[in-house]
Design a protein around this ligand. Structure first.
Ligand SMILES: [Zn+2]
Length: 347
C-alpha cells in the first residue's frame, strides 16, 4: 500500500504528466501540465476512484495476438471500483508492491517543436508543485455527480502481467512506422486520435483497425485546457471527434475510449464521454516522449514507472516522433523479455 508521501509524489508527478500547448489555437501533446485547480488528472490520485471495469476486452498476447476476448481476471476486472489508495502508483489491478515514484525533475521542456500537418506543438510549462489533498486510507467514494462508468481507466482489461500501449495525437507521419513495429512483435495497441487528424488521414485509421488495434477519442482540436470550456464546446470536441474517427475508419469502426488532452478530465467531460459510449482513459506511465527527452530517457521512464496492468502513454502524432519510434523499437522486445503480454485498456 502506498503511503502518504507516495500519494503526494504521485500528484506532483501527475501534474507534470502530459503535454503541450499549441502554437496554433489547437494542438497537442498529451501529458501537459495542469496549472488549473479543478481539472482532474490522468494519473491516479486519491480523489478519484479507480476501476478496472467489468469489461473483458481482448487479451492480445505478444506471441499470438488475435484480439479475441479474454475473461477478466479477478484481480483486474471484477471489482467495480478500487480506491486510489489501494491501487497505488501502478494504478493497475495486479500491481502490488510499493510503487514509490520519485518526483520528476525534468518536467520543463524545450520549445519550438516542429510542426506537423494540422498543428504544431510547443510543450508547456513545468509541473506545478501546488499543495495536494492528504491521502486517506479509506476507500474513496464515487462522487454523486459522477455518471456510472465514468471513472477513468488506469489499468488493462485483463490485469495480470499485461500492459497496454497507447499512442496519442495521431494519426500522423509516424503512425505507419509505429504500426510496422507493432506488427513485427504481434502487439495490439490503442490509438487516441485527434478528429481533424483522423479526417485528414483516413487510410491510416483504416490501417490501424485492419491491424487489430483499437481507437480512442482525443477530441476534435485537442484544446488545452479542456475542462474550462463551456459544456457545449466540450461536448462538441468529444462527440464530433468520435464521428470523425468512426467515419475515417469506415463501416464498423468503433471508438471505445475518451482521453482528454493533457489528461484534463473533469466530471463534466467524463460524463459527456460516457454518454457517447466512451470510457475515460488515463495512463500510469508517461514516457514524456512528446518532450523529446532522448531515447534513453523515454525507455528509462517506462522501466521506472511500469507496473503490471499499466497503461503506457506515447505519441504517434504532434510533431517529430523519431525518438518515439526509436524507443519503441527497444521497448517492445524488452517488454516481451519481461514477460508482458499486451492488452487493451479496461473499457
Ligand atoms: Zn494529446
Amino acid at each position: 500500500m502506498p503511503v502518504l508521501g507516495t500519494h503526494r509524489t504521485l500528484l506532483r508527478r501527475a501534474a507534470g504528466g502530459c503535454a503541450a500547448i499549441l502554437t496554433l489555437a489547437l494542438a497537442c501533446a498529451c501529458g501537459s501540465s495542469q496549472s488549473t485547480t479543478s481539472a482532474e488528472q490522468a494519473h491516479p490520485s486519491p480523489s478519484m476512484t479507480l476501476s478496472a471495469g467489468p469489461s473483458a476486452s481482448a487479451g492480445a498476447s505478444a506471441g499470438a495476438s488475435t484480439g479475441a476476448s479474454a475473461s477478466a481476471s479477478a484481480s483486474a476486472s471484477t471489482s467495480a471500483s478500487t480506491s486510489a489508495t489501494g491501487a497505488g502508483a501502478g494504478a493497475s489491478a495486479g500491481a502490488s508492491a510499493s510503487p514509490s515514484r520519485p518526483i520528476s525533475s525534468n518536467s520543463s521542456s524545450s520549445s519550438g517543436s516542429p510542426s506537423s500537418p494540422g498543428f504544431s506543438l510547443s510543450p508547456s510549462a513545468p509541473a506545478s508543485s501546488a499543495p495536494v489533498a492528504p491521502a486517506t486510507t479509506a476507500a474513496a467514494p464515487v462522487p454523486a455527480k459522477d455518471a456510472p462508468g465514468s471513472s477513468i481507466a488506469y489499468s488493462t482489461a485483463s490485469g495480470g502481467h499485461t500492459v497496454a500501449l497507447t499512442f496519442d495525437d495521431g494519426p500522423g507521419p509516424a503512425t505507419s512506422q509505429v504500426l510496422a513495429l507493432l506488427a513485427q512483435y504481434h502487439v495490439k495497441a490503442t490509438f487516441c486520435e485527434i478528429g481533424t487528424q483522423a479526417h485528414d488521414n483516413p487510410a491510416l485509421v483504416k490501417q490501424i483497425l485492419a491491424d487489430g488495434h483499437r481507437l480512442c477519442d482525443h477530441t476534435v482540436h485537442h484544446p488545452q485546457p479542456m475542462h474550462t470550456l463551456p459544456h457545449d464546446k466540450q461536448a462538441y470536441e468529444i462527440d464530433a471527434a468520435k464521428d470523425m474517427i468512426t467515419t475515417a475508419g469506415g463501416p464498423g469502426a468503433q471508438v471505445s475510449w475518451f482521453r482528454a488532452p493533457g489528461g484534463d478530465f473533469s466530471a463534466d467531460n467524463r460524463q459527456i464521454a460516457v454518454q457517447a459510449g466512451l470510457r475515460p482513459l488515463g495512463w500510469t506511465v508517461d514516457t514524456r516522449d512528446w518532450s523529446k527527452p532522448g531515447v534513453p530517457a523515454i525507455i528509462a521512464n517506462v522501466k521506472k514507472e511500469l507496473r503490471p496492468g499499466g497503461i503506457i502513454l506515447m505519441h504517434d502524432g504532434g510533431g517529430d516522433r523519431s525518438q518515439t519510434v526509436a524507443a519503441l523499437k527497444q521497448l517492445l522486445p524488452w517488454l516481451v523479455q519481461q514477460g508482458y503480454t499486451f492488452d487493451f485498456p479496461a473499457s
